[in-house]
Write a new protein. Structure first.
Length: 259
């Protein structure tokens, strides 16, 4: 959206045009205003002229105009659930085309341009747009048709789901699976808890030794070996240890084991 200002003053004291373009359908609306309209006045015009046709917008793209960069305008659209973005190259080009078109129109019609301004909006909305390769008015019909298809598909899927969906009834002593997370449909069972005596454990004091280290105790000699070096030889024995399996047996010096 943008303002085309600097136009001749009309009998109703209008000297600007508020140009609003729908980015989806490319349909355009021209609202005649005065450049000194307050933000409250512009907001009321937007609600009465635009929101009644398109509902609340999700995104608003505006030029860097004082009307749109003010704090009031931002707060207004934050309350409506919209956000205010600055101009993009695409919207800037479209606004420039509409501004040139309106200025040429005012030159031809001069002081009576306010009377014929609805015809400009009609002519533009029924013109061929190269960016979408169709008339602007055709996009609204296609969007409406797509929405109908989506509703039909949604209703069809709902009917399929309803065929498989059934109300669940429980009886006394039925076994059921309990799910921790609650879904859209859940049941609360009013069951009194009964204490199971098998779960009662009496706690006894346990004496813990301060020194928890222990010495490994050899059991027997499984095998012997001698490591021969240049000047001497070292006898080795393979020893299993108590509380360990034979796979964990290790080779030790025979002299240490005898000690």
């Amino acid at each position: 959206m943008d303002f085309v200002s600097g136009l001749p003053l009309t009998p109703t004291k209008k000297n600007s045009v508020w140009v609003i373009v729908d980015q989806l359908t490319k349909s355009t609306h021209f609202i005649l205003v005065r450049i000194d309209y307050s933000l409250q006045k512009l907001a009321k015009l937007y609600v009465s002229e635009i929101m009644r046709l398109y509902e609340v917008p999700v995104l608003i793209i505006s030029d860097r105009d004082p009307h749109f960069t003010s704090r009031f305008w931002r707060k207004l659209y934050e309350a409506l659930g919209s956000r205010l973005d600055f101009n993009t190259s695409l919207s800037k080009r479209v606004i420039q085309i509409l501004e040139d078109m309106f200025q040429n129109f005012v030159i031809d019609f001069r002081s009576s341009w306010e009377e014929f301004s609805p015809l400009v909006e009609f002519a533009y909305n029924y013109s061929f747009q190269s960016s979408i390769q169709m008339l602007v008015s055709e996009t609204e019909d296609k969007v409406r048709l797509i929405q109908e298809w989506l509703n039909m598909a949604s209703n069809r899927q709902k009917s399929y789901s309803d065929l498989k969906r059934r109300d669940i009834e429980y009886s006394v002593e039925d076994y059921v699976f309990l799910k921790v997370s609650l879904g859209r449909r859940f049941y609360s069972l009013d069951i009194r808890y009964r204490l199971d005596l098998s779960h009662i454990v009496f706690v006894e004091e346990i004496d813990v030794r301060l020194a928890l280290t222990f010495e490994e105790e050899p059991i027997q000699i499984l095998d012997r070996d001698i490591k021969v070096f240049r000047r001497n030889s070292i006898p080795l024995v393979k020893i299993p240890w108590r509380n360990h399996g034979t796979k964990e047996a290790t080779w030790k010096l025979e002299d240490l084991i005898q000690q």
